[in-house]
Write a protein that binds this ligand. Sequence first.
Ligand code: GLY
Length: 364
Amino acid sequence: MIEVEVGLGARTYPILIEHGLLDRAATHLARFTRGGRLVVVTDANVAAAQLERFTVGLGDIAIEAIVLPPGETTKSWAVLEELTDQLLDLGVERSDRIVALGGGVIGDLVGFAAAILKRGCGFVQVPTSLLAQVDSSVGGKTAINSRAGKNLVGAFHQPDLVLIDPATLATLSARELRSGYAEVVKYGLIDDPAFFAWCEANAPALLAGDTDALTHAIAHSVRAKARVVAADERETTGTRALLNLGHTFGHALEAETCFSDTLLHGEAVACGTALAFRFSATLGLCAEEEAARVGYHLARAGLPTTLAEAHVDASGATLVAHMAHDKKMEGGRLPFLLAHGIGRTFLARDVALADVARFLDAER
Ligand code: GLY
């Protein structure tokens, strides 16, 4: 078993990674039960694929399962209200640990419910998608979406434990796996060119579901994320902001496609990352060949790297207008993740949105 620690003083917690871990969940969750019971929140798709296995793995521990509808629309005020009412009806106490079994939507929603229920309950992340295993389950960002945009209502609330079982990825669609892979590549592009080279060599095996490749990628990504979160938990120094590579362009693309299945989050991040590198090249910050190498790798992994492939035909002005809702806006300016090359990402605070719009119009 691989154990990675997120070092946050008294709130330090472990991430355990092992193929088949769900089958042995009781070993790690027994200490979190009250009266031999655990409350588990999941969605209908994950319930169908994993809940029985998880229940068997919990042995004598009884579970109360709350099963929510799948999809991004579940991260809403309405579902949050319903969920918190159900948790209160079940008598959840502050010292309880609510288990979030699912992908990024379930992790973000349950984490936020735990953050506000009785002014803060504990929770455990059991991520079942690649995207959640390498990114969203670690680091305590929790949120729901609001009318104005994605993840705009939320809290930093760290889990008490993260259990990652790469075996859960076997039931993901190839598209979901590719989408999560965009967040894996991100760690190489930010500051780890050797890991990007590993991705170039191993993406075919990983995307074919090879257990060793998946476990290596997850462990490497989680170690990188744990280091960043320990250094800048609340994204105040700029270190954690680097994890948003591709996300500013990506969120605009997601907004334009109405956060629908037309473009999954990881697909938007992949396209956003390719755009961020090409924009950096346009500004003369990054060699054209480096930007092309990034785009080529993402495209070979089956991810969209152009506006057309992302099914977006909006003008630069429209896409930039979506960016204005970004929660990272600072005094009317939007910090942008740009790159001097592969593994050399940096935060630029002086990017003019008019230049971004012009670049996007040229990309159309
Ligand atoms: N997903 C980016 C972060 O957790 O900071």
